[in-house]
Design a protein around this ligand. Structure first.
Ligand code: SAM
Length: 196
């Protein structure tokens, strides 16, 4: 999969990595920052997403489309699209620019608006990357938990660096007997749940 990364995609990845670092260093406000995953998490996600059972690939929290680029590698391999949800107009604009410049528009469906409303329409979910506001995780879990196919996987970001904020969602998922779960110490910590 990683050999499928074109020069155009690699250039856009490098551009967003530099912008994300600059924003973290120069005091750009939290809402304006891209707050994207590190590259090793991107690789981890694309490998997991490529190996899920048949079904939809979903991402909640697109930002400028950095993690979506990694997931698009799995989508390309599976012959499907990543359905990704974003609320904020400036992020939507940047994400569209990313998908255009990286040449991956055919592998992405960007759903604009409040994910808490729009994810209700998803079904048959094989993979979901949960990376929106941490305070929304529990609500997203409540909506998504019923939607997974057997063997489907949910990955929630920031399971270590924002553990206290997402603890209610982690606790709820751990008590749900339909899922096996574990925290993986990669990047900012990934909480992984697999539908039995
Ligand atoms: C941590 S960033 C996502 C980073 C991205 N996954 C990446 O790694 O490149 C979280 C994103 O969730 C978006 N978001 C917040 N609330 C949302 C909502 N209700 N619906 C959809 N997106 C939302 C934010 O605007 C922000 O762009």
């Amino acid at each position: 999969m990683f050999t499928e990364i074109t020069n155009a995609m690699a250039e856009r990845m490098a551009f967003l990595e530099a912008l994300d670092k600059k924003d973290r260093d120069d005091g750009t406000t939290r809402m304006e920052r891209l707050r994207q995953i590190p590259p090793e998490t991107g690789k981890f996600l694309s490998i997991l997403a490529a190996n899920c059972p048949p079904g939809q690939l979903v991402e909640i929290g697109t930002s400028a489309g950095y993690s979506t680029m990694w997931l698009s590698l799995a989508a390309r391999e599976r012959g499907v699209k990543v359905k990704t949800f974003e609320l904020l107009e400036p992020k939507i604009r940047m994400a569209k620019e990313t998908f255009d410049k990286a040449g991956i528009k055919d592998f992405i469906e960007l759903i604009e608006g409040d994910a808490l409303v729009n994810i209700r329409q998803t079904e048959n979910v094989a993979f979901c990357f949960l990376d929106c506001e941490k305070e929304m995780y529990l609500d997203c879990w409540e909506i998504m938990a019923d939607k997974f196919v057997k063997g489907g996987i949910l990955v929630a970001d920031n399971a270590i660096n924002h553990f206290e904020t997402i603890k209610p969602m982690i606790g709820k998922a751990q008590k749900d007997e339909r899922f096996d779960s574990v925290v993986v110490p990669i990047g900012k910590g990934e909480f992984i749940c697999r539908r039995k």
